[in-house]
Write a protein that binds this ligand. Structure first.
Ligand code: TRP
Length: 329
């Protein structure tokens, strides 16, 4: 079994796009690999130091991923700060990370542009801490989106450099985990691009039935088809793409035929879509709420997760210390 690791930002809520995209794959992936999933709370401090909300954000992220199907009996699920070994590995790796290359990281330059008043060293060191997350378990694969590819590339560079400097073959060069064609892309409701975090574009797993209905009814459409079998403009095609995933084949075919013979009424289409989305989301939302308020269960999950993660981390730290010449008396 290969070791796979994924880091989860404790900001932002999961939406339908996450659910049918990466998450479905995570749920499958956990059975085929030795998986680690962790909530990156240290990382969130680089931009969102917020002692009032941090714990709730972590709890929400954890509850949502568990509700969506990550299984703590199968995968190791933990909170980053419960495994402080990662901080030691980050420190040790930072000795071979050059300030120049860190300053050239796209995400760092982006932060400088957006928040010139808060360019802290944690932000500069972000790729090193992320490399430490990954190398702590010597993970072979990491599922990453486009925005994280450069960080993973830097992780490989740090690992390669470490092995070269100390003339060892200890840290792996972690590669992107490829879902390939299995990754379904869910579009947003505002007519352009994929589903994201912005209100009006995304449906969240924690949304109430009413919120879902309102959002779907407000989805962007057009004035309707005028010629039989005409090509769908993007906003309409997007609605059908979502319908394909959440509705029955009969429902989908019914509305497609209505579009093609120009008899479609978008109000009916949206009503049906909203109800079918609710069928998917409502049970997940109920599980999120159950889990979020179940202190004993959450405590058990993170305690057992941290134990397993620490055991794996200790083995790596022991090796790195030895290689770097840190020896016990
Ligand atoms: N940087 C990632 C993000 O913003 C989160 C993350 C932190 C991560 N450490 C990681 C992802 C390690 C994968 C592996 O989404």
């Amino acid at each position: 079994m290969d070791t796979v690791l994924s880091g989860i930002r404790p900001t932002g809520r999961l939406h339908l796009g996450n659910y049918f995209g990466a998450l479905k794959n995570f749920v499958k992936m956990q059975h085929e690999n030795r998986c680690f999933f962790f909530i990156a709370d240290y990382h969130s401090l680089t931009t969102h130091p917020d002692p009032v909300h941090l714990h709730d954000n972590v709890r929400n992220a954890l509850s949502e991923y568990l509700a969506a199907g990550l299984d703590p009996e199968v995968a190791t699920i933990y909170i980053q700060s419960d495994v402080p070994q990662v901080a030691e590995l980050s420190l040790l790796l930072s000795m071979h990370a050059y300030v120049g290359e860190l300053e050239r990281t796209a995400s760092f330059k982006d932060k400088i542009r957006k928040h010139p008043d808060n360019i802290n060293a944690g932000l500069l060191n972000y790729p090193v801490l992320m490399a430490a997350d990954i190398l702590l378990h010597r993970a072979k694969y990491v599922p990453v989106g486009k925005d994280q590819e450069q960080h993973l590339e830097m992780t490989r560079r740090f690992a390669r450099r470490f092995n070269q400097i100390y003339n060892v073959d200890f840290l792996p060069e972690s590669e992107p985990y490829n879902f390939g064609h299995e990754l379904i892309k869910i579009p947003g409701l505002d007519g352009n691009g994929k589903m994201g975090k912005s209100e009006g574009n995304g449906i969240f797993l924690a949304d109430t039935d009413d919120a879902i209905r309102k959002k779907v009814m407000r989805a962007v459409t057009d004035s309707g088809p005028t010629v039989p079998n005409q090509q769908m403009p993007e906003p309409i095609a997007n609605i059908f793409t979502i319908m394909k995933v959440v509705s029955s084949a009969d429902t989908y075919d019914h509305f497609l035929a209505a579009y093609n013979d120009c008899s479609i009424r978008y109000g009916d289409l949206k009503k049906q879509l909203a109800e079918d989305i609710i069928q998917v989301v409502a049970p997940i939302r109920a599980r999120i709420e159950d889990i979020r308020s179940n202190e004993a269960y959450l405590h058990k999950v993170v305690t057992e997760g941290a134990e397993r993660a620490r055991a794996s981390a200790d083995a790596t730290i022991k090796g790195v210390r030895e290689i770097m010449g840190i020896k016990p008396f």
